[in-house]
Design a protein around this ligand. Structure first.
Ligand code: NAD
Length: 349
């Protein structure tokens, strides 16, 4: 049985991926400093190593004492607005942390990694078209830059050291495990669906729409929401893809390898629903699912918010044979609501 180390496993997407990895027959070890993760998101069948990816001695011990076959790396600071206020903290955690992890992997002879990247590497799309992986990389905040810098390390590590990596560029992760057992708990929460649910549950007094005069059918911004269980499934497929490279089952036509001995691999895939939903549609769906009405306020546009940000995920569909199972917005809202209702910290004061 192959063993996968999962830095950031106590977080939102990481904890769902642990479940899917277990269900797919992998042995999993979570690694997390619990800065933003939750111990109770890790089910008792999974070992949690508490520590930091910036701590090289800790990582050396982890790789020495466990036989790790591959890494799925979620550990990062994620809030783009915060990254503008504290860029160095983001570069330190996201870039230096990933560099320390990659060096520790290299020294331990672990050559496979699936990396959590983001739509933020693209920055502002030039038009209202779905984004393809080849679109220009012009991040507009240190968060997006930090993720693109790690992708550059992966690309260059393929050619130089034979590193095999896949960067998955998620759009907006949403929903939760359908049983409501684990879910989204960011602090502070900045993601739209949980914020609107908070308004529906009376945890916040209202929800603001930032701009209702965009060039979209209802004037509000359109985003691509992808269910967290579909993201988890894509990670396992990406991992299988990397393992298949060893057995020669896959054509590595786009390998970054530049020597005969270093048969590295780096590729990037968008993970999105391919369907955009407007802010107004999200609010209406939350009202419908929860059966609650709440105050909606119109506020001015925010700087840097594009009108339309939607993935073209055809490449992941073709190469990873990935098909989102929960592409309905109402399912994402229903599952997120089930988790928030179960979790006491979201109850109104
Ligand atoms: N949530 C989204 O919509 C979204 C979209 C695109 C990309 N991503 C990326 O996906 C990944 C996971 O996002 P999430 O929403 O689950 O975030 P999250 O904050 O819930 O999870 C991140 C986890 O990493 C841990 N962590 C952070 N720094 C660490 C460090 N130095 N050492 C060890 N652990 C550390 C945190 O404690 C947390 O458990 C992130 O890399 C994020 O950039 C998320």
């Amino acid at each position: 049985m192959k063993t996968i180390l999962v830095p950031g496993g106590a977080g939102f997407i990481g904890s769902h991926t642990l479940r899917t990895l277990k269900a797919s027959g992998y042995n999993v070890i979570a690694l997390d400093n619990l800065s933003n993760g939750h111990r109770d998101s890790i089910e008792n069948t999974v070992e949690l190593l508490e520590g930091d990816i910036r701590d090289r001695n800790f990582l050396n011990t982890v790789f020495k004492t466990h036989s790790i076959d591959a890494v799925i790396h979620f550990a990062a600071f994620i809030e783009a607005g915060e990254s503008v206020k504290a860029p160095l903290a983001f570069y330190e955690n996201n870039v230096a942390g990933s560099l320390t992890l990659l060096n520790a992997m290299k020294d331990a002879g672990v050559d496979k990694i699936v990396f959590s990247s983001t739509a933020a590497v693209y920055g502002q799309p030039e038009n209202n078209q779905k984004l393809l992986e080849g679109a220009k990389k012009h991040p507009i905040n240190p968060y997006g830059d930090s993720k693109w810098m790690v992708e550059c390390m992966l690309r260059d590590g393929a050619a130089a050291y034979g590193l095999k990596s896949i960067a998955l560029r998620y759009f907006n992760a949403a929903g939760s495990a359908p049983d409501g057992g684990i879910g989204e708990r960011h602090d502070p929460e900045t993601h739209l669906i949980p914020l609107v649910l908070d308004a529906a549950m009376g945890v916040r007094p209202s929800i603001k729409i930032f701009g209702n005069d965009y060039d979209t059918p209802d004037g509000t911004c359109i985003r691509d929401y992808i269910h967290v269980c579909d993201l988890a499934d894509a990670h396992v497929r990406a991992l299988d893809h990397l393992f298949a490279l060893d057995t020669g089952e896959l054509d590595t036509g786009n390998s970054a390898s530049d020597t005969e001995t270093n048969t590295g691999f780096y590729d990037a895939f968008n993970l999105g629903n391919g369907k955009g939903f407007s802010v107004r549609q999200v609010i209406d769906t939350v009202k419908e699912v929860t059966g609650t009405d709440f105050t909606v306020e119109n506020a001015p546009r925010r700087a840097g918010d594009p009108a339309f940000l939607v993935a073209d995920a055809t490449k992941a569909r073709n190469a990873l044979n990935w098909r989102p199972q929960y592409s309905d917005l109402a399912d994402m809202v229903r599952h997120a609501y089930a988790f928030r209702r179960r979790h006491s910290s979201f109850k109104a004061a």
